[in-house]
Design a protein around this ligand. Sequence first.
Ligand code: PLP
Length: 387
Amino acid sequence: MKRIPVAQPTLGENEKKYVMDCMETTWISSVGKYISLFEEQFAAFCQVKHAIACNNGTTALHLALVALGVGPGDEVIIPTVTYIATANCVKYCHATPVLVDVEPGTMNIDPACIEAKITSKTKGIIPVHLYGHAADMDAINAIAKKHNLFVLEDAAEAHGATVGNKRVGALGTCATFSFFGNKILTTGEGGMVTTNDDELAQKLRLFRGQGMDPNRRYWFPVIGYNYRMTNIQAAIGLGQMERVETALLRRKEMAHWYDEALACLTDHIELPCQAHWAGHVYWMYNIFLKGATETRRDWIMSQLDQHGIETRPVFYPLHCMPPYFEERTYAVADSWACRGINLPSHEGLSREDIQRIAKTLQDALLVIHDPAIPMKGDCSTAIAKAA
Ligand SMILES: *Cc1c(COP(=O)(O)O)cnc(C)c1O
């Protein structure tokens, strides 16, 4: 039986060709034509003026915060449900991440909970476009404008996601992306910062390259970092950009197949939701078990694993983890995160793979299925098997 991974990259022929070109020309370090080509294509994709490539999504976040001037004593508002890097980068600047609860369904930062967390020390907000669904940027930008805060989109999981007819990456002061191997676009390891602000772009380039004055070699007016991307990474990135629209279409199709295959299980699980203003790109297709505990969720995941289907739990809220622990509860984050499962989500999945995942999930869900709850749809074979 074929094992289905939770994620896997899709690489085309051009990625290979461009990498070989780097090898043959010996331009393998962080100088070379692919870096600017990749940056230009990515900026055009996001319809934004500047794209600054760096070596991963975590350094992209750190670089953005440094360029935005975040330092000791500052506070930055972030959702309590996100990948750990969002919070860690605030700490790298010796500032304090201030946690905010999330919305049901998307688990994106809840704009209605932000203002209560703003103090005189607040410098900005980092909305995260979690799992491929954009955060409510209109509401967040309105709050930021009122309080004079920056908005840094953490778009690591949402290349191509939209709010209305605009893509993420151009919706705040600046945005960051990741090109890790499991993301929608990959360069192995890699990251990008995008912005429409010329002055900020200049600072981002300065801090990325050790802080060296672009007009005076070995003259360093500031303390910078080596967060540069290599020409090899960018060569892969350029190849990925040439097939990005296909990648987005394939993921939409994957989500459609899941919606179809799981429709008969909606008494037991919640399927991903999409705000009327949002274009979801499904970095991860998530389901949430209705009324289940974390133990039950983990058991369902182990059943899928035994049948060759790899899954991941939805991120644990930050306020539950040692470095960011808080005694209090965050109602939505606490009730949703422990019930969420990332199902396999990548371009390599066939419709048959997804039907197999749905069938296995259904069998696992039926183990303590309450016969008082009738099953909807074409689930007769699974019910017969369970009986
Ligand atoms: C993946 C990810 C990052 C970090 O990106 P890396 O390239 O792995 O360093 C940051 N934020 C979020 C929300 C992510 O999912």
